[in-house]
Design a binder for this molecule. Structure first.
Ligand SMILES: Cc1ncc(COP(=O)(O)O)c(C=O)c1O
Length: 459
């Protein structure tokens, strides 16, 4: 009888994986306990990435399991098309509108973050048609932004591997510069001046294309899969001023930053964003069920109503929009966030998280370390003084992650950036366990590559 990993290797197409990866490198995850997962050999790992930035309540939250069981018994399947509804969808929409960081009026449910972003783009175009400007079709995102993988969401994503050989990005998708001050700030350029330059770049892009052709701008408050890039000081203030000047809609992609991750309920609060639409997924159900959502503000609500009145329908939505099981689980997750005051907990441990990441920055192979709330990263550099990256072919980020696994921690490399995004329920002891493992892995990495040119260790 073949092992599960061998059967997997014969049958599955894995997302974002080299499809020739061998079966002996496949990990079979058997079950979960709090912030830990356990593999089929009984080895226990701290999940340093909350799965894919989503299992914010860990892997055994009984209140979500109970909510799922109760909903399965009551109404396991239904839809919201053509005037049907059910309590979990309505209650979840009310709960979301109740915690939204800026006044929001309605919610469209989806099954994923990609679908939420696709839907937000369609809503933006629909609303511009309602306003008598159907020529506003173009969407601006940013280089290194990550917004998902459906045709439109992948077009928003500003990463080459999401486009190459897929015929992407589609027409009418534009990318503004990546606001990564550490990497792209010029010598002697202040963070504020860099933010100003990024906003000017956006302004020039809009002028080049014609403001009357731009429907919306989409941004993650903190760029996640592009390398955990925090916005430089003053960046969003300036960018929002540019958008306002041209009447361009602003979509905040809070798929990672929503529900406490940055130390406030939404990243929009942490970074003073005032979006017209917000997309969420992942933490919405703590990763326990596939569900996403688009929240729209009152002005968009009004135009959506007007346009659907004119056309006779709102011609969009999914079989699983507001699926009762997913909605019930998400509602339970929002209750846990509230009952356990998850935001206060994140703030309580964020200092230790930041301190431990900052310590890693002392290592000679680490060029930069950054954190907000319970999300952070280190960026490896061959020469940190002159900011010279390692040869990407050397795969040092991936190797560091392999070594961390041997020390009992699951992480993911984003090139030579290694990110940290543990379940929000972690305490000080687990944060220490996470970064002790990373420090040990870094030491081993340094020992493995003595030939790499590096400046002398700074104590
Ligand atoms: C910021 C952001 N937006 C959108 C998505 C896409 O979400 P999904 O994979 O659920 O389609 C992701 C997934 O990682 C994300 O990080």
């Amino acid at each position: 009888m073949s092992s599960l990993a061998e059967r997997d290797a014969r049958t599955l197409i894995h997302p974002f994986t080299s499809l020739e990866a061998s079966a002996d490198r496949t990990m079979v995850i058997s079950h979960g306990e709090g912030p830990y997962v356990i593999d089929d050999k009984g080895r226990r790992y701290l999940e340093g990435m909350a799965g894919l930035w989503c299992a914010s309540l860990g892997f055994s939250e009984q209140r979500l399991i109970d909510a799922a069981n109760a909903q399965m018994r009551k109404l396991p399947a239904y839809h919201l098309f053509g005037g049907k509804t059910h309590a979990p969808a309505v209650e979840l929409a009310e709960a979301l509108l109740g915690i939204a960081p800026v006044p929001m009026a309605r919610v469209l449910f989806t099954s994923s973050g990609s679908e939420a972003n696709d839907s937000a783009i369609k809503i933006a175009r629909y609303v511009w048609a309602a306003r008598g400007q159907p020529g506003r079709r173009k969407i601006i995102s940013r280089v290194r932004g990550y917004h998902g993988v459906t045709l439109a969401a992948a077009s928003l994503t500003g990463l080459a591997h999401a486009h190459r050989d897929f015929g992407l990005p589609l027409q009418d998708f534009l990318h503004a510069e990546c606001p990564h001050y550490y990497r792209f700030g010029r010598p002697a350029e202040s963070e504020q001046a860099f933010a100003e330059r990024m906003a000017l770049d956006l302004e020039r892009l809009i002028q080049r294309e014609g403001p009357e052709t731009i429907a919306a701008f989409i941004a993650e408050p903190v760029m996640g899969a592009g390398g955990v890039i925090l916005p430089p000081e003053g960046y969003f203030e300036r960018v929002q001023a540019v958008l306002r000047a041209h009447g361009i809609l602003f979509i905040a992609d809070e798929v990672i930053t929503g529900f406490g991750r940055t130390g406030q309920m939404f990243g929009s609060q942490t970074f003073a964003l005032c979006p017209d639409m917000i997309t969420v997924a992942k933490g919405l159900s703590a990763g326990y069920a596939p569900i996403g959502a688009v929240l729209v503000n009152p002005a968009i609500e009004e135009q959506l109503l007007a346009q659907s009145r004119k056309l006779g329908t709102f011609g969009h939505g999914f079989t699983y929009s507001g699926h009762p099981l997913s909605a019930a689980i998400a509602l339970a997750a929002l209750r846990v966030y509230q009952d356990d005051d998850i935001v206060a907990h994140v703030r309580g441990v964020a200092g230790r998280f930041a301190d431990r990441i900052a310590e890693l920055a002392l290592h000679p192979m680490v060029g930069h370390a950054r954190a907000v709330g319970l999300v952070g990263a280190i960026e490896l550099m061959a020469d940190r003084r002159r900011k010279v990256p390692f040869d990407p072919g050397a795969g040092l980020g991936a190797r560091l992650v392999e070594l961390a696994l041997e020390h009992g921690v699951i992480l993911r490399p984003l090139g030579d950036v290694v990110s940290f995004c543990p379940p929000l329920i972690v305490g000080a002891a687990e944060i220490d366990q996470l970064f002790d493992a990373v420090a040990a892995a870094l030491q081993r990495l340094e020992n493995e590559f003595p030939e790499l040119h590096r400046p002398r260790r700074v104590a």
